[in-house]
Design a protein around this ligand. Sequence first.
Ligand SMILES: [Zn+2]
Length: 398
Amino acid sequence: MMLHAVVKPRALPASFSIVPSEGLCQRSGTRRLVVMNTAAGAVVEEGSRQKDGIQRLTIVQPDDWHLHLRDGDGLNAVAPLSAGVFRRAIIMPNLKPPVTNLSAALAYRDRIMKALPSNVEFEPLMTLYLTDVTTRQDIKDASESGLVKAVKLYPAGATTNSQAGVTDLFGKCMPVLEEMVEQGLLLLVHGEVADQTVDIFDREKVFIETVLTPLRKKLPKLKIVMEHITTEDAVQFVESNTDGMVAATVTPQHLLMNRNALFQGGLQPHNYCLPVLKRETHRRALVAAVTSGSKRFFLGTDSAPHERSAKEASCGCAGIFSAPIALPLYAEAFEQAGALDKLEGFASLNGPDFYGLPRNSNTTTLIRKSWHVPKEYGFGPGAVVPMWAGQALNWNIE
Ligand SMILES: [Zn+2]
């Protein structure tokens, strides 16, 4: 990674604070000096947002390890936006009907490739949707294709199009999970119990206790990615598995917003996603985890577009669209934590390393430049409203 810093001598303030954008959490703390791995060996201020800090940041091109591309007109609208930023993406299988076997995955992959401009290099890494009736043969076929990298576990009813999800993981699904170990396919989990009697803010913690902990005991050789983690409990769970078999993706929204953002000045449907935003202590735990240098946390946007009218409705859909702006959003989060030097590991290195795939060979450069997130993007005949629509960001892709 190359950090291009321009550092001028100046009086050092005793503390810093960050001007909050809407939905962004204010913080302050003791200012520290940190030597970053810059080409010039420059000393830059941790937490500094001063104009004469780092101006450019060149990293290995990132991948998105959790992405919803939808289908049809929606797919055609959003696939080029992801492909403009990321080299590869793990494609979520929760279409209607879900992608449950190799032939459906290959057909979906073809539709994705057709939606891309011809001059873009983008590799969709396909996944299967685990159901109670998935077979060992489905897993073998998927693995042998080389195009399917993982299987996604949705507890039935947990999120968008999850009605076909698993109801009997430790019974009907066990032979399939054993086959995944043999074939080296990863299990990606939506880590929330679907039990409606459990408080929505506790569903991740209860899932860890009742599903993940026993699953690890039964199948210690199964590689697991806990998707879009939202709590301190999930961070601790990942870190407590010291055998390196468990990792987690983290979204930009869960790094930059807490649950207050759902209700700021009125109900904010574009900040609603599942798992739902949590309280500030959890957001801080996620930021600490991704900026710690741990190799087991990596970028997964969970970018999940819905047509504007499906969000701004009496019963609005869950999902935040972030794909084209995700990298600048992550840069904001890492800069607030004074950890821009950790962004490359999180965005570009830890994911392929955990999946056992090669790292990308080309680079992406971020530049410090104030700009505004578009108010909407085209989405088939309608529009999709992105995260932080209309708000200012300090970083953009060169
Ligand atoms: Zn998702």
